[in-house]
Design a protein around this ligand. Structure first.
Ligand code: URA
Length: 237
C-alpha cells in the first residue's frame, strides 16, 4: 500500500508524525538507498526499503499501550543528551519500541502514556485535539477568586494566550495550597508558566489524568498496560 513516509515512520513507532517529519528533513531517512528529504514522498510499505539511522524500519505487528507513573528526576525522552535517567529506564521489561506520548518535565511526576502506535501519538498530541490533562499542583500561597477567573479566561504566557483552564483549590496548607489544575493544551512548561503568571509558583506538580484515563494508585516508577476499554476510549478521541 502507498503511504506517506512520515506516516509510515510513525506507524512503525519511530516517532510521532511531526517528529518523523523532522527526521526526514534532517536527512536521517533513506528509501531504497537514497536519502529522502521531501515530506510528501510516498512509499510502498511492502516493497520499499526504508532505513532510519542506517537501520531497516518495519511495521510493528502489535501495538502496545502503557501508562507509567513517572517520578520526578527522569527526562521524557528516548535518549538524553546529558545522560540523565530517562523514562525508558523505567520500562525495561517492554520489548516493543514505544515512545512517550507528549512530555512531562524533568521535575514533574505522574501519568505518562507510551506507545508504538504512531497514529495515536499523533492524534493525542495534536493541538486541535484539546484533550483535558489534569494535574495536582502544590502552589506557593493561595490563589484568590480573581486568579481562578484568570485561569478560566486563559493566561498570557511567553508563547501567547493559553486556552481557558480550570483551577480548583483542594486544600490550604498555609504556606502552600494543593490545587487541581486542568488544561487542554501541552505547551512547554505550561502549568508552571500559568502559575508563575498569577504569582503562585509551582512547588510540586503531578499529572493525574489524560481525558478519562486516570493514574489511580499506580506506584511511582511503576507501569502497567492499558485496558482494552482505555485503548478504545483513546482511539475514539
Ligand atoms: N505543565 C508543566 O508545567 N509541566 C509539565 O510537565 C506538564 C504540564
Amino acid at each position: 500500500m502507498e503511504v506517506r513516509l512520515q506516516k509510515f515512520l510513525a506507524e512503525a513507532g519511530i516517532a510521532s508524525r511531526r517528529k518523523a517529519e523532522e527526521l526526514i528533513l534532517a536527512g536521517k531517512v533513506k528509501v531504497n538507498g537514497v536519502t529522502v528529504t521531501e515530506l510528501g514522498t510516498k512509499i510502498d510499505d511492502k516493497k520499499d526499503e526504508v532505513l532510519y539511522n542506517g537501520k531497516r524500519v518495519t511495521l510493528s505487528e502489535k501495538h502496545v499501550y502503557i501508562m507509567l507513573n513517572k517520578p520526578s528526576g527522569f527526562v521524557t525522552t528516548v535518549k538524553d543528551q546529558f545522560n540523565r535517567p530517562t523514562v525508558m529506564d523505567l520500562i525495561k521489561g517492554v520489548k516493543e519500541r514505544v515512545v512517550p506520548v507528549g512530555r512531562l518535565d524533568y521535575d514533574t511526576s505522574g501519568l505518562l502514556l507510551l506507545t508504538n502506535d504512531g497514529e495515536l501519538t499523533y492524534k493525542l498530541t495534536h493541538p486541535s485535539k484539546k484533550v483535558e490533562k489534569t494535574y495536582i499542583a502544590k502552589l506557593f500561597g493561595r490563589p484568590d477568586d480573581k486568579n481562578i477567573q484568570e485561569f478560566r479566561r486563559g493566561i498570557m504566557i511567553d508563547t501567547g494566550m493559553t486556552q481557558p483552564a480550570k483551577l480548583e483549590i483542594l486544600e490550604d496548607l498555609g504556606k502552600y495550597c494543593v490545587c487541581k489544575i486542568t488544561i487542554t493544551e501541552g505547551k512547554n512548561r505550561q502549568v508552571r508558566k500559568m502559575c508563575d503568571a498569577i504569582k503562585h509558583p509551582v512547588a510540586t506538580l503531578q499529572r493525574v489524568g489524560t481525558g478519562e484515563i486516570e493514574l489511580g494508585d499506580l506506584k511511582k516508577g511503576a507501569y502497567r498496560y492499558l485496558t482494552e476499554k482505555e485503548i478504545k476510549y483513546l482511539k475514539s478521541l
